[in-house]
Design a protein around this ligand. Sequence first.
Ligand SMILES: Nc1ncnc2c1ncn2[C@@H]1O[C@H](COP(=O)(O)OP(=O)(O)OP(=O)(O)O)[C@@H](O)[C@H]1O
Length: 394
Amino acid sequence: MSEPTEVSGVEIELDHVTKRYSGTRVPAVDDFSMVVPAGKIVVFVGPSGCGKTTTMRMINRLVQPTSGRITIGGDDALKLDVDTLRRRIGYAIQQAGLFPHFTVSQNIGVVPGLLGWDKKKVTDRVEEMMDLVGLDAAEFRDRYPRQLSGGQQQRVGVARALAADPPVLLMDEPFGAVDPITRGNLQDELLRLQTDLKKTIVFVTHDFDEAVKLGDKIAVLGNQSKILQYDTPESILANPADDTVAGFVGAGASLKQLTLMRVRDVELQQDALTTTVDESPAAVREKLSTQRKQFALVLDQRRRPVRWVHARELTNATSLGSVGKPLRDIVSLQSTLQDALEAMLAEGGSVPVTGSRGEYAGTIKLETVIATIQQLRDDYASDAEETAGEGASA
Ligand SMILES: Nc1ncnc2c1ncn2[C@@H]1O[C@H](COP(=O)(O)OP(=O)(O)OP(=O)(O)O)[C@@H](O)[C@H]1O
């Protein structure tokens, strides 16, 4: 295994690449040039039909370019044997594209199997991948895709794409078909994985917020995959290159900046009273009353938050095993402040924050997010003033 901090991804370069589908008048992709840096996530975002998918699929030659050059880690992708090329490139798509008659483990083991790995190595790898994407192998290994939720299917799709440890990952709207909360969780998990894996990832989406959250760089594309702007999310939000990009960035750029900040970047509260499921309700009620608090946060044996319980609910309770209100939404240290804000609005107050293994790390409160928005606006206003000042003195 490589060191976790090592970049395992390789650079991708597209050089004057054009795709003209037969029988069409205008090219779907016209003279596209870009360098995707090794170990980074580059997100293609743009309107429907602008050529995002065609551009991406030329990288693994699911679409054959009409002209131009593509190199992957310095090798000419158009000259490589197509099987060799695709072994270097994981591919995940919307609705996961799983084989319906294969179990989860067969789906994840497809590429290692094709590569001729022995059975034991494939089984071990499947378990490792399931663990990586947060699926319990014992529970899910033998299920069929239709026996999984949309989010679980997407996790299997990501596990399958990563199974042969390719340096490059292409992801075409992989989280497009799931509800917003699951989508947020899947995005967080991808970022968490990427911290260790450091693959080169090209990610296609319609959703600008998703692009801001995931991208080290974003390519805003117009018709025929024309690159309108290719830059960091911070620069695109602060300085959209033209009106079309500004339109895409949309209203509320300062709110969108909340997607650039993570919960780990702000201060958490440590004043909630926590308790475990095996503590007696009477003891917890006593502590609540001494500390003049109304709510306690119940943690499970692994210190993962499960429920808020109100002092009132403890009066007749015999155990902490079931009383209280289950948490609908938990944010992690990786979540964006926007996710945290949405969770707070849904929960109606502070929300618990979890660390990398799901353990309780503190709570985040609305005032913290509001103060951060204020800070971002002040910073933005003073930057704008400086820029205006420079203009005047030039
Ligand atoms: N096989 C094909 N034959 C002919 N034209 C095609 C083919 N595939 C795509 N196109 C056209 O090429 C253009 C770009 O399509 P592409 O799927 O790459 O866009 P996209 O940006 O990924 O769109 P969306 O976001 O809707 O998926 C579109 O005008 C589409 O109609």
